[in-house]
Ligand binder design. Structure first.
Ligand code: ARG
Length: 456
């Protein structure tokens, strides 16, 4: 088929070049946004008197017809077209004749593609945010249900201090809340209209960029037409936000994998979200969590791919920029899938509180509390720390634990110790006393829950 841009050249490119140059395989997903954008453009051409109202009406009807036919399946996208913009204009011209050829007045594919991508990603942000909220809601539910389940908190993957499982889960909830905030922030800068920048320099026609922006629900217009067609920061920013969101899911997935192991056995994933081994009959593998962790690498790759594409580009549009879409769509599709799977996995996850409690009873996670108790008795913290360490060393030697170590043994290390020590090292008391804002006590976790629910 003759190229729409044939003129200067014959437009007869080799099949190899056509295939290499074409983006319709991946930009076809912007068909609806392309048509919506064109309808607003036609309306603007009418409102400013650039085109007669009768032409504008046929253009808008024609575009609506294409959209309806694509949605009903009556029209199929022709994958031999160069891109979605050319496809829509070609069908419009076939259907309307010469009037169809007027649509591209005061416009370029450069501002058109920038517009389509912003419109498309703007919707994707809403979808990603909704799915993040669903995951967050599942995490908050579990946190509420296990707000008083005692589990060891870790540093260096060594048992450190007693915490509640609800408290631990709310750490992830905090991350997801920040992710939502970042997505909303990214949308603010994305929601600025590039249309009317034209090829790069603006236009000689008396266009009304703000009219068109308003029709399409943008908050404002790009200030500079050269930036309007060459800026892909919004896609990079979105991928940055997605990369962080994936990283949070990946850390959470890593813990779920650990917790599901026989070594921990803190949770058991539902059969619906695990797989078996083809050879080892006993296996129950956390493949979903592993895939979420694995796909994080792919999303980082998407981000780096676009950053690298952009780093050496002179202003304004360069065809390199066509490479933006596969990366950003891949990142968007991957994170959406991971969010859905993660929410289902968390909702159906069985929490084994007895095993958590057992783990909390070994590892001397109340040693800090013993030191704090001695500080209460008047010892300076460094001295108290030393006594507590010596008591722990003794326990390790004799196979004892702080909860049941005889008082006489305690007193052989420090004569300030009395019966009150047993209250001090009781795990439940250790948790309840950490009542500082954001801390692990049940009341503190309840306060965090209330705030987070209100934010959601
Ligand atoms: N398919 C192109 C892209 O995705 C559309 C813009 C083409 N503009 C151009 N001057 N060749 O970037």
């Amino acid at each position: 088929m003759a190229k729409m841009w044939a003129g200067r050249t014959s437009g007869e490119t080799s099949a190899l070049a056509d295939d290499f140059n074409s983006s319709i395989r991946f930009d076809c997903r912007m068909a609806k946004q392309d048509i919506t954008g064109s309808m607003a453009h036609a309306a603007m051409l009418g409102a400013t008197g650039i085109l007669p109202q009768a032409d504008v009406e046929s253009l808008i009807d024609g575009l609506q017809g294409i959209l309806d036919d694509l949605e009903s399946g009556a029209l199929e996208i022709d994958m031999s077209c160069e891109d979605i913009h050319m496809f829509v204009e070609q069908v419009l011209t076939e259907r309307l004749g010469d009037v169809g050829k007027k649509l591209h007045t005061a416009r370029s594919r450069n501002d058109q593609v920038a517009l389509d991508l912003r419109l498309t990603l703007r919707e994707e942000i809403d979808e990603i945010s909704a799915k993040t909220k669903a995951l967050l809601a599942a995490v908050l539910d579990k946190a509420e249900a296990y707000k008083d389940a005692i589990v060891p908190g870790y540093t260096h993957l060594q048992r450190a201090q007693p915490i509640t499982f609800g408290h631990h889960l709310l750490a992830y909830a905090s991350m997801f809340l920040r992710d939502l905030d970042r997505l909303a922030d990214c949308k603010k800068r994305m929601n600025v209209s590039p249309i009317g920048s034209c090829a790069l320099a603006g236009t000689t026609f008396p266009t009304d960029r703000r009219f068109e922006a308003e029709q399409l629900g943008f908050d404002s217009v790009c200030l500079n037409s050269i930036d309007g067609v060459s800026d892909r920061d919004f896609a990079v920013e979105l991928m940055g936000a997605i990369a962080l969101l994936q990283m949070h899911m990946s850390r959470f997935a890593e813990e779920i994998i650990l917790w599901s192991s026989w070594e921990f056995k803190f949770v058991e994933l539902s059969d619906a979200f695990t797989t078996g081994s083809s050879i080892m009959p006993q296996k129950k593998n956390s493949d979903m969590a592993e895939l979420i962790r694995g796909k994080t690498g792919r999303v980082y790759g998407d981000l780096f791919s676009l950053l690298t594409v952009l780093k050496g580009l002179p202003l304004a549009y360069n065809k390199d920029m066509q490479e933006d879409k596969e990366s950003v769509f891949d990142a968007v599709d991957t994170v959406k899938m991971c969010l859905d799977v993660f929410a289902g996995m968390v909702e159906t996850m069985n929490v084994l509180t007895d095993n958590m409690k057992k783990a909390a009873q070994t590892g001397f996670i109340n040693a800090t509390d013993l030191a704090d108790y001695l500080v209460g008795k008047g010892l300076p913290f460094r001295s108290a720390y030393k006594v507590s360490g010596q008591v722990v060393a003794e326990c390790i030697k004799t196979g004892a634990v702080l909860e049941t170590l005889p008082l006489a043994t305690y007193q052989s290390f420090c004569d300030l110790i009395d019966e009150g020590v047993y209250d001090a090292v009781d795990l439940k008391n250790c948790v309840d006393r950490r009542n500082s804002e954001g801390g692990t006590s049940v009341s503190s976790v309840e306060a965090q829950l209330a705030l987070m629910k209100a934010m959601l």
